[in-house]
Design a protein around this ligand. Structure first.
Ligand code: ACO
Length: 330
């Protein structure tokens, strides 16, 4: 038995103002608007400025979430940041964000689960709330993938955008209709080499050679990842629904990770989910990794699509390999 339930109190998001569209990319690499649209569903993506880092985007998103929430700054007990493009290897981006927000004397840490980062972070936050350790947790998914993009590689450089999404996860009161129903996370490290950043860590520290060979940028075997993403996200939805004795029809809104429109379509096709119950914003943002889901949820709340009491299901897949799902009554 849970001692308490967790709920989403508020969301906030931020994407940098600079926009790069498919026609701009045509001038950078050998690609076309038509190829990018038909193969990915993307048209434009937001790009962080040279002087903007993960914590800057995270700060803007966190502030918006706090402004939309009755929770006061001093009531936040923990900061969790999901990212693979933090400001530094250390200290954590969560600690940098803590300083910016002026939230003293609380723990803060980063979590690395690629594009599934936000789902992992919500899962961790839920445990702390349910076991009574904390009452209010700031959870951020932030990514500046364009800083680790090889702008000469058309296979990857057309895919990514920058952004941040934040959620306040709080202890639900007994009268609350809102609560997190369940969370599920999985990983399979044996297939991690299909999607990674080869250089810059302790395996291959930065050197003149690694810089010359662009080894600090995203390496991805897109085709393999595509198939695994469809299979894993379909089963992540299937399992969380089955374990909670629900059917796809019981869900008001599906919020899948936005890596490729064809991946999303393949999943909803397999599960017979009508497209008008799926939040899709990939055309405007591209793949923002751990930020895609909280940004999409925040937009849908502000557009009054997602309303209090709606059943929402978030699902993601990413580097690790990792995947997972969150089922909640918003
Ligand atoms: N413009 C034009 N042609 C291109 C481009 C481009 N931007 N990119 C690739 N091509 C070409 C390839 O060179 C290839 O040409 P060839 O047949 O002459 O060799 C052809 O298009 C087909 O290439 P594929 O890789 O087979 O294309 P595919 O249909 O698989 O689409 C894509 C590629 C979009 C990358 C897709 O595989 C995908 O979305 N994969 C999953 C991505 C994902 O989910 N990532 C997970 C999270 S990312 C993260 O965690 C950071």
């Amino acid at each position: 038995m849970n001692r308490y339930y967790a709920k989403f109190t508020a969301f906030g998001s931020y994407t940098p103002p600079k926009v790069l569209n498919n026609y701009d990319l045509e001038k950078i690499v050998d690609t076309t608007d038509e190829w990018i649209r038909t193969r990915t569903g993307m048209f434009e993506r937001h790009i962080a400025a040279d002087n903007e880092a993960a914590s800057d985007l995270a700060y803007a998103a966190a502030k918006r979430a706090m402004e939309s929430s009755p929770v006061k700054y001093r009531e936040i007990d923990l900061i969790l940041v999901a990212t693979v493009t933090g400001d530094y290897a250390f200290p954590s981006t969560a600690c940098i964000l803590q300083k910016r927000l002026g939230m003293k004397d609380i723990p803060a840490f980063d979590l690395s689960a690629g594009c599934t980062g936000f789902i992992y972070a919500v899962d961790v936050a839920r445990q702390f709330i349910e076991n009574g350790t904390y009452k209010n947790i700031l959870v951020v998914g932030v990514e500046v993938l364009t800083k680790i993009t090889n702008w000469k590689d058309r296979n990857t450089c057309v895919l990514f955008g920058d952004g941040a999404g934040a959620a306040i996860v709080s202890r639900a009161r007994s009268a609350d209709i809102s609560h997190i129903i369940d969370t599920k996370i999985w990983s399979d490290g044996s297939q991690g080499e299909y999607l990674y950043q080869p250089a810059g860590g302790s395996r291959m520290p930065a050197s003149r050679k690694t810089v010359e060979e662009n080894l600090h940028t995203v390496y991805m075997e897109g085709n393999k990842i595509f198939k695994l993403a469809v299979r894993s996200m379909t089963s992540a939805i299937d399992e969380i629904l089955k374990q909670n004795k629900l059917k796809p029809d019981d869900v008001d809104w599906f919020i899948p990770h936005q890596a490729n429109l064809r991946i999303i379509e393949a999943i909803i096709d397999r599960l017979h989910v009508p497209k008008d119950r799926v939040i899709i914003n990939i055309e405007k943002y591209g793949n923002m990794s751990s930020a895609t889901i909280p940004v999409a949820v925040d937009e849908a709340i502000r557009a009054k699509k997602i309303r209090r009491g709606d059943v929402i299901l978030m699902v993601a897949f990413g580097a690790g390999l990792t995947w997972g799902s969150v089922l909640a009554r918003y």
